[in-house]
Design a protein around this ligand. Structure first.
Ligand code: BTN
Length: 237
């Protein structure tokens, strides 16, 4: 159960609210809203957040920041995928490192921000999941749980389940077992070693094969040549 839940009908962005509340937030607090006026995605993009979706941020206050800052994103994305599978969305998976996918369509995303507050480090992991909400035509690659399952889901229940699993997995990080999370995350990826994907580059797109997946990069092979690329250069649609 979420111990301290700050819930709102509408805010600009749960990550931004969390930043404003930084003085009072403690480890495991959650900021949840029914809709966002200015939801933010990665790379300064706006995140469409109408009523019906699940928009929240979990606060972690680690004693020291992990050497792999992506670990917090991985914890929550692995937890989200596990819960999605539990409610029957079998083909849910992660796409490196912050997207939640269903086959080739984006179901949700995670925006992790790390703040330094005095001597403390505060990690805000914002989760956006298309649940019962509609999607606009300019998001052709997005999908919602309702579209997949043909029914509505209880947002509060979903939040509780994702939260509980995230906190359970976060314990592995605090106990020094980051490798457990990294392995779970690797298994949750929708692209695996051997998958053929599109490498989007300035010289045009090309189909490449995934050779290895690291925490911060992916090695791909094309015509016998191996190349290390950024995960954002890979497209699966
Ligand atoms: C992405 O895939 O670009 C990340 C999207 C993250 C959206 C969530 S919704 C809750 C939290 N508040 C925000 O403003 N963004 C994140």
């Amino acid at each position: 159960m979420v111990e301290r839940l700050f819930s709102y009908d509408e805010v600009e962005s749960t990550n931004d609210i969390a930043k404003k509340m930084i003085n009072i937030l403690t480890n495991g607090d959650v900021v949840w809203t029914l809709k966002q006026k200015n939801g933010r995605g990665k790379g300064e993009r706006t995140w469409y957040s109408p009523e019906g979706g699940l928009w929240f941020s979990i606060i972690f206050k680690p004693l020291s920041i992990s050497q792999d800052p992506n670990i917090y994103t991985k914890v929550v994305s692995v937890a989200t995928v596990k819960i999605l599978k539990k409610i029957g969305i079998d083909k849910a998976g992660t796409k490196w490192p912050n997207d939640i996918y269903y086959e080739q369509k984006k179901l949700g995303g995670i925006l992790t921000e790390i703040l330094h507050h005095g001597n403390e480090k505060i990690v805000i992991v914002g989760v956006g999941l298309n649940v019962n909400n509609s999607l606009t035509e300019d998001l052709p690659d997005a999908i919602s749980l309702k579209e997949i399952a043909g029914k509505n889901f209880d947002l509060s229940h979903l939040l509780q389940m994702i939260y509980s699993e995230s906190m359970r997995l976060y314990n592995f990080v605090t106990q020094g077992h980051r490798n457990v999370i990294t392995n779970l995350w690797r298994n949750s990826l929708i692209i695996k070693r051997g998958s053929k994907v599109k490498l989007v580059g300035s010289g045009g797109d090309q189909i490449v094969t995934i050779v290895r997946i690291f925490s911060d990069s992916i090695v791909v092979e094309h015509n016998g040549i191996k190349e290390r690329v950024r995960p954002s250069e890979i497209s699966i649609s």
